[in-house]
Design a binder for this molecule. Structure first.
Ligand SMILES: Nc1ncnc2c1ncn2[C@@H]1O[C@H](COP(=O)(O)OP(=O)(O)OP(=O)(O)O)[C@@H](O)[C@H]1O
Ligand SMILES: [Mg+2]
Length: 278
């Protein structure tokens, strides 16, 4: 049989990026990058600062178009979508951006309710009490105490803000959850708590999760596979343990550091897991 001229869709892939080239002026960020995310896995994207991790996530959810290459999400080529299909597709994923993105003029509960209200505008308005109830439930799932719901984001600690942003990403029960640096800027205990929460979210609700992280403790503990970006492509991909002896010098340098963090992680604080049993 002749080789197909266009890349084939992989039925088991939630995200399939093929031949991605991204250029900003003279700068080439991605240079023929391929990446497949499988259904139900937690895939972490690691790599040096400026290696193009955040841009790749933006391309994954259609906020940015690559210069060349194909991005398929749930089997659909994002470049071929009309408005109606785009609206239908984008409610199947939830995104937490690197810079947080909660609206400071809204309470935490209103922020988490926002995707539900937007969805309501398209599919029939949900009663306010229902939106508030779902938002409060998502916030509780992320381990935030009930008194947080009426506060504004600037009244929250860094760890609480990350949880609230995660609650918003979970608002529409996404099949694909995308998290850009969910633990950056947190103290080790809070970061470990968020890592536990991400793992528990996957176990409990089954979404496919793509996250970017520099947090070596998280990289060892949370994802099923780690993709290391560098030189415009995926230099290595696999379970963290399989990458530790990788021959590529950039990957080796990354994981020399990781090895020093290979000690068993501390047990998460009790409140991190309490909600799982409720
Ligand atoms: N809209 C843009 N216009 C021009 N250059 C951009 C744009 N977005 C990103 N870049 C450049 O692309 C490169 C990759 O950026 P990106 O934000 O993806 O890095 P990153 O791997 O997420 O880094 P970090 O770990 O610091 O978050 C950087 O050099 C950045 O300056
Ligand atoms: Mg980034």
């Amino acid at each position: 049989m002749p080789a197909p001229s266009a890349p084939e869709a992989d039925a088991d892939a939630v995200v399939q990026m093929q031949g991605i080239v991204t250029r900003f002026g003279r700068q080439t960020v991605h240079d023929g990058l391929d990446l497949t995310v499988r259904r139900g896995e937690i895939l972490a994207i690691a790599g040096g600062s400026g290696s193009g991790k955040s841009v790749l996530l933006r391309e994954m959810v259609g906020l940015q178009q690559p210069t060349a290459g194909t991005v398929r999400v749930f089997g659909t080529d994002l470049a071929t979508l009309d408005d109606a299909s785009w609206q239908a597709l984008r409610r199947r994923w939830g995104v937490m951006f690197q810079k947080g993105g909660l609206f400071s003029a809204l309470t935490v509960q209103e922020n988490v309710g926002l995707p539900l209200r937007e969805q309501g505008r398209l599919q029939g308005r949900l009663p306010d009490a229902l939106v508030d109830g779902i938002a409060a439930w998502k916030l509780a799932l992320t381990g935030l105490p009930p008194d947080v719901v009426g506060k504004h984001p600037d009244a929250l600690s860094g760890g609480m803000l990350k949880r609230a942003a995660l609650a918003r990403a979970l608002a529409l029960d996404p099949e694909l959850l995308i998290l850009d640096e969910p633990t950056s800027g947190l103290d080790p205990a809070s970061a470990a708590g968020i890592g536990t929460l991400i793992r528990a979210t996957q176990t409990q609700f089954g979404p496919t999760i793509v996250l970017i992280s520099h947090d070596l403790e998280l990289l060892w503990r949370v994802p099923d596979r780690v993709a290391v970006l560098g030189e415009g492509r995926v230099l290595a991909i696999g379970p963290m343990a399989s990458l530790a002896d990788h021959p590529h010098p950039t990957v080796a340098a990354y994981f020399d550091d990781a090895r020093r963090h290979a000690a068993p992680a501390p047990s998460p604080p009790a409140q991190e897991t309490a909600w799982k049993t409720s």
